[in-house]
Ligand binder design. Structure first.
Ligand code: ADP
Ligand code: MG
Length: 377
């Protein structure tokens, strides 16, 4: 990828720049917990966006995307926003740095990536984080702290790309560390690294390639349920509730709200359980918790779909250690922790069975937990 980018950079700009990269991410466990003040457990992966960048002394950004085969130029004022969606991620990062009092001058850049687009691995956060990290290094003597870099990416999504996302993806892409997952507390924003070196296992995403667009926003309805139960219990968010508290109001809240809250409260505990299990290298427990999360998402939170439940069933049948929906649900991927010796059989079986039932094969992405944003030597 690096040679490719460099060849293109030299051909277009007749000089050479500095290389930066930032990764996509997975989330091992902790789903629908962010807006409930709970925990998530992401890590950066070995699939990244890489850019070669050189300040050009002007007030113009000149950018070529290898993967989209498209060239765009834009200025750095608010009214200079490019129309191409992919370029707005970079423009947004520039603007968000400038809005915070940081410096960004014109630069030339060529970039490419291998994070699959729209597969739930957050290629957009990889793109934002790559440029946020690079522009901090090139124009700001690295004075912007890393959390602010993540927020710059998040604000880019909000203000320039129309995506109202949380902070997890950009956080993971910026802070990611090789062989480590991060338990992020979405209430205090404190985080801790946990070793994740599953020797003898592989981590693999199986992408159903389906996305069920539902008429009324199920996401908002889930949030409303959680807020209703919190209010009923007199707590700020479900982070502050436990199972006993929930059991004491059973029958006084709707069955649906009860199930939603049951999932969220259970999920908080599962993330903690997984972090303790990782400290003991106990991947069997990690796997059990992953299956529990899937069950909860499917039966209590009701954000699964037949395709994802089928992938989960296949994983179980094949003896896969852990498997669950990754992401908001209603389509997308499952994340699977698979013993090396079962890997080939699982992948073949999943492809065959899924294709014969749904008419297309799932996509498969093996991932390794890797470093997040960095300058490439
Ligand atoms: P994801 O779940 O992968 O983040 P998004 O829809 O949020 O999906 O972001 C995907 C968008 O990010 C693409 O449509 C494109 O605009 C931009 N993008 C991601 N990767 C690349 C790339 N390698 N080259 C150009 N644009 C990219
Ligand atoms: Mg995205």
């Amino acid at each position: 990828m690096k040679e490719n980018i460099n060849k293109e950079f030299v051909a277009r700009f007749n000089s050479e720049g500095v290389f930066y990269a930032s990764s996509g991410r997975i989330n091992l466990i902790g789903e629908h917990t962010d807006y409930n003040g709970g925990f998530v457990f992401p890590g950066a992966i070995d699939k990244c966006i890489m850019a070669e960048i050189k300040p050009n002394g002007s007030d113009k950004v000149r950018v070529y995307s290898i993967d989209i085969d498209s060239y765009v130029e834009f200025g750095l004022k608010e009214e200079d926003a490019p129309t191409a969606q992919w370029a707005r991620y970079i423009f947004g990062v520039c603007r968000e740095i400038i809005k915070r009092g940081g410096k960004v001058g014109g630069f030339d850049t060529v970039f490419a990536g291998n994070v699959p687009l729209g597969a739930g691995l957050s290629s957009s956060a990889a793109l934002e984080s790559c440029f946020a990290f690079a522009l901090n290094d090139l124009f700001n003597d690295n004075k912007i702290d890393k959390f602010e870099l993540a927020k710059i990416g998040q604000s880019t999504e909000h203000n320039y790309c129309g995506v109202n996302c949380g902070i997890m993806d950009q956080f993971a892409s910026i802070f990611g560390k090789k062989n480590c997952l991060m338990r992020l507390d979405c209430r205090s924003m404190e985080f801790k690294y946990f070793p994740f070196e599953p020797k003898g296992y592989k981590l693999v995403l199986v992408d159903s390639v389906v996305k069920h667009e539902l008429v009324d926003s199920p996401y908002n309805k889930r949030r409303e349920s959680c807020e209703r139960v919190s209010k009923f219990l007199g707590v700020e968010t479900l982070r502050d509730a436990n199972m006993d508290m929930l059991m004491s109001v059973k029958g006084k809240i709707s069955d649906e709200d009860f199930k939603r809250a049951k999932f969220v409260i259970g999920e908080k505990q599962r993330v903690l359980d997984v972090s303790f299990a990782l400290q003991d290298n106990d991947y069997a427990t990690v796997g059990v918790k992953m299956y529990e999360t899937h069950d909860g998402l499917s039966k209590d939170y009701e954000v699964s779909c037949v395709e994802l439940d089928y992938l989960n069933d296949i994983a179980k049948e094949c003896g896969v250690t852990g498997s669950r929906i990754m992401g908001g649900g209603f389509g997308g991927c499952t994340i699977n922790l698979v013993k090396d010796e079962l890997y080939d059989k699982f992948i073949t079986t999943a492809k065959e069975k899924f294709a014969s039932k749904y008419g297309h094969e799932p996509k498969v992405y093996e991932v390794v937990i890797s470093d997040g944003a960095h300058k490439c030597e």
